[in-house]
Design a protein around this ligand. Sequence first.
Ligand code: FAD
Ligand code: NAD
Length: 404
Amino acid sequence: MRKPKVVVLGAGYGGIMTVVNLQKKLGVNEADITLVNNNDYHYQTTWLHENAAGTLHHDRSRIAIKDIIDRSKVDFVQDTVEQVVPEEKKVILKNGEVTYDYLVMALGFESETFGIKGLKEHAFSIANINAARQIKEHIEYQFATYSNMKEKKDELLTIIVGGAGFTGIEFVGELANRVPELCQEFDIAREKVKVICVEAAPMILPGFDPELVEYARNYLERKGIEFRIGTAIKECTTEGIIVGADDNVEEIKAGTVVWAAGVRGSAVVEGSGFEAMRGRVKVEPDLRAPGHDNVFIVGDSALIINEEINRPYPPTAQIAMQQGETCAHNLTVLIREQGNMETFTPDIKGTVCSLGHDDAIGTVFGRKLVGWQAAFMKKMIDNRALFLIGGPLLVIKKGKWNFL
Ligand code: FAD
Ligand code: NAD
């Protein structure tokens, strides 16, 4: 009998957790499993702000896919997904195509620029590993250029971070530690460097616990981070950014602008005809795309509603990984034609926001944490993710052990 073909697109948290769980559940003779990803490695998206600031080498965040998958059960195809054609059960890749009986779309997120002028052209975003590496290189280049200038342009040393959500705050937290190192490396006085985080809402980390937010703001300000809150970025230019509205417009010159003010789902999802809101498909409770019995969508391209507040859950790795487990279970039920599919319900254990590697804020199992305890917890969360993906050996190889 022909084995059903399962194709998983994307080896981020959602995709890799689907594959890791499928290979545990299914025998070699039960299904042909293919994983498609544009790189031959998985990367820890939740560590990208560290790679972008230059506080963590990118090789620490990359994990070879061959080291995670069971190659007797899973074929790996390194290629870029261009489009899914659900009517023909096929996926068009840059260099070929694959057909499927069951498909899992786990292509992650893209930066959301809300149509703001100049952002796509002139701002960086922490959207994937090579984008993060480019930010690191760019900042270093600006510092090197400044040190070699005869007539110094101080604005080269200004770094603007758009958005004080979790990504923006975690990134400026890393910069707070990295800037003094850069100053030493390039013989530059610390007071010449400005890191300005611009946030449209009236507070940083809008919606998060106010006491923890205050701790974070005070801590980061003490380390030299400037905040411009209640200030929306209106435009990005070759010189910096424009903020404000109508008659109250201001230009802030900067050598580096990093846009960290929102995400949307993968463009492939919309481009394949799935009904989506900002690239995210409101999936059925079993994680299938509405009207598509053989297509699952997990991770940042899936939209699920928190019924308690009637608003979408924020897209997180925590949810993407849990969806991967549920998706693997539901696929196993479909393939074996026995058992019951599960309804996906996120099990939110907490949220921890790092402020550099040595401090953090968070709520875990309802308890508030700050300082070294929160930073320790963040590393435990990172190590747990590694454990779920690749077991104890991966934790030993790539884990975070710098607890002091
Ligand atoms: P991803 O993990 O982004 O993976 C998508 C994969 O698909 C990638 O491997 C990519 O290379 C591949 N891909 C994309 N397009 C194509 C294509 N066309 N063809 C082939 N392959 C493709 N969440 C938390 O819960 N906790 C945190 O602490 C946290 N920190 C974060 C820090 C930063 C800096 C950022 C940016 C996000 C953070 N998040 C965090 C959010 C979290 O990273 C995402 O929600 C999570 O990565 C989503 O998982 P995913 O599988 O949908 O996508
Ligand atoms: P976000 O949407 O959570 O935050 C974006 C911020 O940018 C908001 O505060 C918004 O008010 C602001 N903003 C929007 N437009 C603006 C403008 N024109 N000018 C200035 N500010 C503007 O996005 P994010 O921080 O990239 O996070 C994306 C997802 O990843 C979220 O779901 C988040 O929870 C998750 N994440 C989690 C962690 C963690 O758990 N530690 C870390 C990073 C990201």
